[in-house]
Design a protein. Sequence first.
Length: 500
Amino acid sequence: MNHTSVLALAAFLVAAPLAAQPKGEGPAGPGPIKAGPIDAGPNGPGPKGIGPMEIGPMKIGPLPDLAELDRALQLAKPAILDAVAEAPMLAARAKMIVDSLAFDFSQDKTDREAERRDREAELREREREREAQWYSEGQKAADEYRWDRALSSFNRVVELKGSKVDAALYWKAFSQNRLGQRTEALATIGELSKNYPNSPYRRQATVLEAEVKRDIGQPVRPQDSADDEVKLMALQALQNTAPEEAVPMLEKVLEGTSSPKVKQRALFVLAQSKSPRAREVLRNYAKGSSTPELQSQAIQYLGVHGGPEARTVLAEVYSTTTDVDVKRRILRAFMVAGEKDRLFKAAQGEQNPELRLEAVSQLGNMGANEELWQLYQKESSADVKRRIIRSMMASGSVDRLIELAKSEQNPELRREAVRALGQMRSARTADVLLQIYSSDNNVEVKKSVVNALFIQDNAAALVGLARKEQDVTMKKEIVSRLSNMHSKVATDYMIELLAK
């Protein structure tokens, strides 16, 4: 409908009531909207019931007087024109309101979604922590031959349905077998085989299944665990006299159904051997030919007891595996073995941020100050730089930390360097901290200096700062720290303040 039609319709609606209406009965059909004449109707009751539901003939009454219509149009015209002029503005305002409501709703929905994801992530983390705790307790109980407690712990891990279900099922069956619950052990092995056919515990479960079936009908022998210990002691003695003969027997122990503690000791005996076959077995376990627990132990033993050849094997495993936990263990083995270059390479080229941070930490544990400084200068990630600063603190790199605390452009990293200096108690670091407080205009950096001096328990330096400080906020910060220090210097200053 165009503007002319709108105006005409509006004028008609305004003017129609003003037109004179004829008195008496109107024509059939709807006429103009107006009260009709009031006349007395005929006496007597009207017809009963519902009349016929029909629409009468549609007739148009006489049109209103044109002069009256024109006068009404002239009177209504300003209001109509104002309404038409305001319509776009009102429409725009309405659109703004709708858009604002839609944005608020969308933002609220986004916030709720983020909160939901955070809650779910926190819940998953708690579940992982519970799973790790119960699994660790089950392993500890198995090492102590407390099979009833081990079974209870592994049952809890299975119930959580996390990442260690297959491992827990194997050790559950193992515990059931040691408790004499042969039928239950076979059922548990069947569950493992059915639901986790590619599990690294599947091979061990097959060996356990054969042993259980062999022993069905036989009484439980509590001395089995003692037999394992005695056998291993004999193997260790044999290692000193006939190592080549001992290796196959150790392999048999590792591939059998001995307890976790016995298998770990068997690996340890292999690690002591200079036999080529023993080194080969250890390398295979480090590459993941058995369970994750034995792989972890083999990696550790290669790092501690292996030579250059063993560390080459570890580097090979590191480059081929995608398991973050395995890589982390290898990085730690490199640290133990003094493989600074391999750690430096990992810190430079590793794509996984978590592993890069691990490599940096291990370089700090080795005291690799020069390598850490090179990494810091080339690094772009603030998180990695923060870890490098902490590693510098661990390695005692005071000079580099002082340089960063004075010259680092990123205030957060500068504060990190200041905090690191606070952990390194010495007259030299205290003097540097006081210099930074005097020269740095960043309030947060100043607060970090105050906190660092507090960590150093340097009340004298803090009192000196408080006496010179003109800024009320910073003075309160210093006094707050002094009030928590058990020092005569701090106490005397508190008394001095109260006396003023």
